[in-house]
Design a protein around this ligand. Structure first.
Ligand code: ZN
Ligand code: ZN
Ligand code: FE
Length: 749
């Protein structure tokens, strides 16, 4: 006789919006099982009935054959009541309790959709909103959980009968693909050029033509508007800089295809893996050609490949093969993502607007990565990565960690899983603070958390906008976390190594220290669970103007050099430091508005000033970046003398050497390299000593300074191979990773 049994499965992980339910239906049909599948707030629920051995095979298939974009974390199976079903169906999504399901990051258009879009016989020929279960936007489109069309920005477009049939056809690539659309039923694109308005394919054709003729076009993308122009026309690129108030920060490029990308940069295999990965980030790679208007004084270019259907259409319509694709904003404002806002804010910048009808749920910038010698290094984490889970923490309550004031991100811990928000940016302007607030509200609403249950973690800097905002939030409790301990903890959280005792090296620009002074060149010994003791640092120096000195390398130089006697007149050539230096030197000498500081960022600023970078910086870390780029120009150099004592790495000898070298007319590239060599050797020497004293062979390197590839490589090279060296892999080493570290410390606090 035929024996039938029933089994229930609960699947957790990134299983919504990635074609998981259709996959379950096909799997059930393959094994001739009846039952149902549905999305709930925690993941996917499945009920199957049929032959026990077929159910076993089905269970194996769930583990082994899941769709490529799904990440199954856990499958819970249990016997359940047999109800005599006769077929397998997708049931209405269920809502029970607060959601914990993961939201998939946005996915690039898949090859099958690109092929279909370029097929004149296909229904979606040249249709820019083509997508399927394997591709298309997710995070930028979800309004609430569980993931269903009526809770996305596609809710207001009803499916036509043909799309409806595809949606319900289990053999179709669009079976339960929530955002599907076609030219008959979905949104369109249009081009606004002065008073003129062009629709559909004409809009794309005209936009491509405008780009060819040197115009700047604002283009609505996946997570916001891009400002776009031909990278080969330097006049246009310079006009874009003028209009955007962005003097020197490099622009990102979009190359038509991988072959075009290879003509721009030296793409190592690991870099190509990143370039073509599902996140489709901007990848920083060594430049093959010079594009001074795009990236002045840089030996790297940031390149990405087309990821939205519209990008493919633009290139097909004749857009130049290499486009500047930069965030649609003015200098440091957040990227524009709402149509009205974009049309207003970008009015003086763009010559035309290519606007799409599908709303964007939240702004998500392009991500920026580099293929480091020891794995990918994320510089800016946003589209394609957010809101993936980056770590697991032993947290019994939800934790909201609000990050720091620069390169801000927010971390949310729900059910022990840490979600890190997309990059929000620097909170020094009102629009960015609004975006910061909106993101907190968005995350807390998405997971329907009760404010009174939440532990809020924030930076210990009392004057950070993020700290004061955090203290205003109605929380279960607030925890202040010291900035550099958060940097070290971010690496350990990624590795679930909260009890591991390490030597933690945190080198960065600015952070508030335990004693109220400005830290940023710190050595700790300890663990996340046991706490970190600060055991050594850069030798403290004076910093006139405090945090504000970060804008002016000569101001930092004035502070650093105050403690060093008998120096030449630095207002004379070749240094020619201006009034700002004279004024800051006076402040430092008298101690007025002068703080004690151990910041590596300010040390790099001072070194850059000595070698010729005397203007104000336009963005955080610019002078240090300049110094690194300069150093790559020298083959090798003799390390500058940074003497390491018990507690300090002394800096005066090295700076004195730099001043002498510059006066003697030595090549600044060689001196810049010697600076890196010397500092790396000193960091390594201090680390080795602390490891043996502290009884550990684990080293953590974090903080924005370790984004410097030359310094990181040199430190690694100096450390003995018996030591394990851990760096950030899933969040940036810069302040974009602070929220994760805060969450880790708060989870045990
Ligand atoms: Zn597709
Ligand atoms: Zn349709
Ligand atoms: Fe930092």
């Amino acid at each position: 006789m035929h024996v039938s049994e029933a089994r229930a499965f609960l699947v957790r992980g990134t299983v919504q919006g990635v074609g998981f339910r259709p996959f379950v239906v096909r799997l059930a049909e393959t094994h001739r099982l009846a039952g149902w599948v549905l999305n709930d707030g925690g993941g996917v629920q499945i009920h199957v009935e049929g032959d026990p051995s077929a159910i076993d095979a089905f269970a194996t298939g769930l583990q082994t054959d899941a769709p490529p974009a799904a990440q199954v974390v856990e499958i819970h199976a249990a016997r359940t009541v047999w109800t005599g079903l006769d077929r397998f169906v997708i049931r209405e999504s269920e809502r029970r309790g607060a959601p914990t399901a993961r939201i998939s990051p946005d996915l690039p258009v898949c090859d099958a959709c690109v092929e279909e879009m370029l097929d004149p016989a296909a229904r979606r020929f040249l249709y820019p909103y083509i997508n399927c279960t394997n591709c298309g936007p997710r995070f930028s489109l979800v309004l609430a959980l569980p993931y269903d069309r009526q809770r996305t920005t596609m809710a207001s477009w009803a499916l036509c009968s043909t799309c409806e049939a595809e949606y319900h056809d289990v053999r179709d690539r669009r079976f339960h693909a929530e955002p599907i659309a076609c030219p008959a039923c979905g949104p369109q694109y249009w081009l606004l050029e002065g008073e003129a308005r062009l629709e559909g394919c004409d809009a794309v054709t005209r936009a491509a033509q405008l780009l060819q003729t040197g115009a700047i076009v604002a283009i609505k993308g996946v997570g916001g508007y891009h400002l776009c122009c031909d990278a080969a026309q330097s006049e246009t690129v310079r006009a874009l800089r003028d209009r955007k108030y962005r003097k020197s920060k490099p622009f990102a490029l979009m190359a038509r295809d991988i072959a075009t990308a290879r003509s721009l940069v030296v793409a190592q295999p690991q870099a190509e893996v990143l370039l073509t990965s599902a996140a489709r980030p901007i990848v920083l790679m060594p430049a093959r050609i010079a594009l001074p208007a795009v990236a002045l004084n840089h030996c790297e270019l940031g390149v990405m490949l087309p990821y939205a259907p519209l990008h493919h259409l633009l290139f097909r319509a004749g857009a130049p093969p290499v486009l500047v694709m930069t965030s649609g904003n003015r200098s440091s404002e957040p990227i524009a993502y709402e149509d009205e806002d974009a049309l207003t804010r970008l009015a003086g910048i763009a010559d035309a607007f290519l606007v799409g009808g599908r709303p964007i749920a939240r702004r998500v910038d392009d991500s920026v990565v580099r293929a480091g010698s020891s794995g990918p290094l994320i510089v800016r984490r946003a589209r394609g990565y957010a809101p993936d889970v980056v770590a697991h923490l032993p947290a019994t309550r939800p934790i909201l960690a609000v990050g720091a004031d620069l390169k801000n991100t927010i971390a949310l811990v729900v059910g022990g899983e840490v979600i890190v928000s997309q990059h929000i940016g620097d909170l020094d302007h009102l629009p960015a603070r609004d975006a910061f607030r909106a993101t907190i509200g968005d995350l807390v609403a998405m997971y329907e958390l009760d404010w009174h249950d939440i532990v809020v973690a924030h930076d210990s800097h009392p004057e950070y906008a993020s700290s004061t905002r955090a203290l205003d939030l109605p929380a279960h409790r607030h925890i202040a976390v010291q900035h550099h301990r958060a940097h070290v903890a971010s690496v350990l959280a990624e590795r679930s190594a909260l009890d591991t005792r390490v030597v933690g090296v945190a080198f960065d620009g600015t952070g508030y220290g335990d004693d109220g002074s400005i830290w940023g060149g710190e050595f700790f010994v300890g663990s996340v669970s046991g706490g970190f003791a600060r055991v050594a640092s850069l030798q403290p120096f004076a910093l006139p103007g405090g945090d504000a000195a970060a804008r002016s390398p000569v101001q930092a130089a004035a502070g650093v050099l105050t403690g060093i006697g008998d120096l030449p007149d630095l207002t004379a050539p070749p240094f020619a430091f201006g009034q700002r230096f004279v004024h800051a030197t006076r402040l430092a000498a008298t101690g007025v508005r002068t703080f004690t500081c151990t910041s590596a960022g300010r040390l790099f600023d001072a070194a850059a000033a000595i070698l010729g970078f005397t203007q104000n910086v336009e963005y955080e870390g610019q002078a240090a970046e300049w110094l690194e780029q300069l150093a790559w120009g020298a083959a090798d150099a003799i390390a500058l003398p940074f003497a390491a004592s018990d507690r300090y790495i002394a800096i005066d000898g090295a700076l004195r050497h730099m001043i002498q070298a510059r006066r003697a007319g030595e090549d600044p590239a060689v001196t810049a390299r010697a600076f890196h060599e010397g500092l790396a050797a000193a960091i390594a020497a201090m680390t080795v000593r602390l490891c043996s004293e502290g009884g550990t062979n684990c080293v953590v390197l974090s903080g924005g300074t370790f984004q410097n590839a030359m310094l990181l490589e040199m430190v690694r090279a100096h450390l003995p191979s018996a030591l394990h060296v851990w760096t950030n892999r899933r969040v940036p080493p810069n302040d974009g990773g602070i929220s994760l570290g805060q969450a880790a410390i708060a989870s045990l606090g």
